[in-house]
Ligand binder design. Structure first.
Ligand SMILES: [Zn+2]
Length: 468
């Protein structure tokens, strides 16, 4: 906590919806590494006299996002020109939405906090400037790449309902999960498909008035978001406690220096001379279409998380991890349906499947969970079978048979191996008998080398009995 100060954060998140082409022309949205200016035409290049056409897939992604965020969708929406001059903006204006956005008045529930969503609207991205030289003021040449100019962007604006850096990060993570679940965006921060812009102020506890805020631009990792907010809160607190003031301004985050720095003083909407885009007709949003989109939404992460706890008895922490990825959640439910027990299936998914980045079929995962739970193979063998099954696509039971994996749980069969271990490790045996319990680990490790198929539980019990 920050003592007498309350932190107030609102977030603007820019998300690139999943589309093949740009917002108002047929150019490909392209990939990182495409040659500069290879995805540009007269429209996104800002030539005079051309006509933009709205990308339906972008509108659909925006509406799905708005519906998933419980927003109201109006009957009419329109695009506006936001006028400003900047070298990465070839037209001299950006097409955005001003007073009639695609949606408004929604909310997203985090664990324990409802974050109100002010609006979700559509706009186009700008180009990119590249300065040759290590610093802008030392650059000897500047280049502009318009591959990104005109790429669709959804802007998701929250009310100032977040109260800490943790909550702000949780909110951004929850948004990413939601966007991926509904297929509206890949929301990959490393590729710049999700950029967060928190605005941050602090105020005395007990007051309702908002303090002066600063806005942090274009933060592109959850870690940077968290750190930048912590830094900014500390900076504002120090300024106010030492009798200074906070200036309303836009600030950037330097990851190298781990600090925020002033970029420009805050602009106001009137600075932009917004006016309706004359080349695009207002959009009529057919309520029947909206209803179809609403009905087609998959189960959202929040409700699914709750259901994983109530239907399967999963611990909340497991449910959070699994519901965060629609594929993992589907895999979990599929494996349980195929006969795996819920908690072990969750353990395998969190511990093995998720880190591997590959997905087994639900039937295969269920097989492995059952083979291990039934004592037929060891956990390590299960891991090996899973890894091989992920590569070859072959059934685990087949691989177990082929490798001759079968766990030895029979004491008679294990006794000879264990006696050999005891004979080969007199020092560890002595240590164990002298009361140093950790010596058991060394003996078990040796047994695992000699008899990888030994059932660890049975072997450990037998070993301890022999050492008594
Ligand atoms: Zn174009």
């Amino acid at each position: 906590m920050t003592g007498r100060w309350e932190v107030v954060i609102g977030m603007e998140v820019h998300v690139q919806p999943r589309t093949r082409s740009k917002m108002f022309c047929g150019c490909a949205v392209g990939h990182i590494g495409d040659p500069p200016n290879s995805n540009v035409c007269e429209i996104c290049g800002g030539m005079p006299g051309v006509l933009p056409v709205v990308n339906k897939a972008a509108v659909e992604a925006c509406l799905k996002t708005a519906l998933a965020l419980n927003c109201e969708i109006p009957r009419h929406t329109k695009f506006d020109r936001k006028n400003y001059m900047y070298p990465d903006l070839p037209k001299g204006y950006q097409i955005s939405q001003y007073d009639l956005p695609m949606s408004f008045n929604g909310h997203l529930d985090l664990d324990g906090r409802r974050v109100r969503i002010r609006r979700v609207h559509l706009e186009e991205d700008t180009g990119k400037l590249i300065h040759a030289g290590d610093k802008l003021h030392k650059a000897w040449e500047s280049f502009v790449d318009l591959n990104r100019a005109g790429v669709p962007l959804m802007e998701i604006v929250s009310e100032p309902d977040l109260r800490s850096a943790d909550e702000a990060r949780d909110y951004a993570v929850a948004l990413r999960t939601l966007l991926r679940t509904i297929g509206a965006s890949e929301a990959d921060m490393e590729k710049g498909q999700l950029r967060a812009e928190p605005n941050i102020s602090i105020r005395r506890f007990g007051t309702d008035e908002l303090g002066v805020k600063t806005e942090l631009k274009n933060i592109n990792s959850f870690r940077a978001l968290h750190r930048a907010i912590l830094y900014e809160v500390a900076r504002q607190k120090e300024a106010l406690e030492s009798g200074g003031t906070v200036v309303q301004e836009t600030r950037g985050w330097s990851d190298a220096e781990q600090r925020t720095f002033s970029q420009r003083s805050k602009e106001f909407a009137e600075d932009y001379r917004y006016f309706p885009e004359p080349d695009l007709p207002p959009l009529e949003l057919d309520p029947a279409w909206i209803e179809d989109l609403r009905r087609a939404l998959p189960e959202l992460p929040g409700p699914r998380r709750a259901r994983l706890v109530s239907d399967y008895g999963l611990p909340a922490a497991d449910a959070v991890l699994i519901a965060a990825d629609r594929d993992l959640a589907d895999l979990f439910e599929g494996a349980v349906e195929a006969g795996a027990e819920a908690k072990p299936a969750a353990n395998w998914i969190i511990g093995e499947v998720a880190p591997s980045g590959k997905l087994p079929s639900a039937a295969h995962l269920a097989e492995i969970v059952k083979l291990v739970a039934g004592g037929r193979i060891t956990r390590d063998q299960g891991r090996e079978v899973l890894a091989e099954s992920l590569i070859t696509g072959r059934a685990p039971s087949e691989l177990v048979a082929e490798h001759g994996f079968a766990q030895i749980s029979d004491e008679g069969a294990l006794r000879a191996e264990i006696e050999a271990v005891v004979a080969a490790n007199p020092r560890a045996v002595e240590d164990y008998r002298a009361g140093r319990r950790q010596a058991l680990g060394a003996l078990m490790a040796d047994l695992k080398k000699r008899a990888p198929q030994a059932n660890p539980k049975v072997a450990s019990e037998l070993l301890q009995r022999l050492l008594r």
